[in-house]
Design a protein around this ligand. Sequence first.
Ligand code: NAI
Ligand code: MG
Length: 338
Amino acid sequence: MTTHEVTLLPGDGIGPEITAATLRVLEATGVRFAWDAQVGGMAAVDARGTPLPDDTLESIRRTRVALKGPLTTPVGGGFRSVNVALRKEFGLYANVRPAYTILPGRFEAVDLVIVRENLEGLYIGVEHFVQVGDDPRAVAESVAIVTRHGCERIIRHAFEHAVRTGRTKVTIAHKANILKMVSGLFLEVGRAVAAEYAGRVEANDLIIDNTAMQMVIRPEQFDVVVTTNMFGDILSDLAAGLVGGLGLAPGANIGATAAIFEPVHGSAPDIAGKGVANPAAQILAAGMMLEHLGELAAARRVREAVRATIVDDGVRTADLGGTAGTAAFGDAVARRLA
Ligand code: NAI
Ligand code: MG
């Protein structure tokens, strides 16, 4: 049996708690891991004086796979977002965020995945103030950079994801009516790639604001949605909200040579250390990692065990209206797997 070497970044705030619960679940799958535990975020600032130590980067360079908890981005002190730095460092161009109904609530059968471009657009943070008269901050300017290569790579990733996972439709979400170049290029490339997949994957395109409304009133129509960085950031939280909130939303950051799996949510300082956070998003992120590592059966079992624990056993954390703590939820999922 293969032993998978994986970099482990438990993260800040609720990170260590949800990571401990996730490791219990992974242990119960029987898949063998050699964890290389590293630090990042505030934990790393405290231990090493920098939010992203070289050892952490070295480890990911070697293992090519990381399971990561949320990292607090220190406010002030000149630190940039560690998450954005990791994406840049390893060229993690695809942010894949599935949202599907576990607990039927407002919607019965949402099952979609947002494929967000992760390296370009407004997110690159090329911005500055312009002084007018004696006001140094009279005008703020930002540059969105979108490349043909970046568009093609992410859109192809979305179509390939559809083919590989048996999904049948890709929606290209854009704002090409207003941003005729920055978003127009994305749409132009999107339509060209879609044509290559004609007959295999259905494709359509929708303007982003309409996409948001459609996703709220009739989310069942979506399968794979591919979009640029900022739109994907917002739309993926919206999608998480449709299916029970951030506690159930996993994500993967994928590049050509490395992949980092993490929950969509942050370090939740308001509930950190209380043992009440929902570890399901982190557990489901670990499930995506199993799939990435080729452990398809274990990935399916983890996904099913989370569903059964919440729905059949009624074991739920506070965010889902229950009383189970973080560790108890993780143990319940692990028992389902045993
Ligand atoms: P957040 O996602 O940490 O929290 C938002 C709300 O959701 C809070 O009320 C929190 O208690 C709740 N929540 C989040 N995860 C939960 C879980 N697993 N179970 C139950 N409730 C949960 O977002 P916020 O407050 O905007 O950010 C806090 C910190 O996290 C910031 O420093 C931010 O930079 C960082 N962050 C890190 C991310 C990452 O590492 N990928 C992503 C988003 C934020
Ligand atoms: Mg976000």
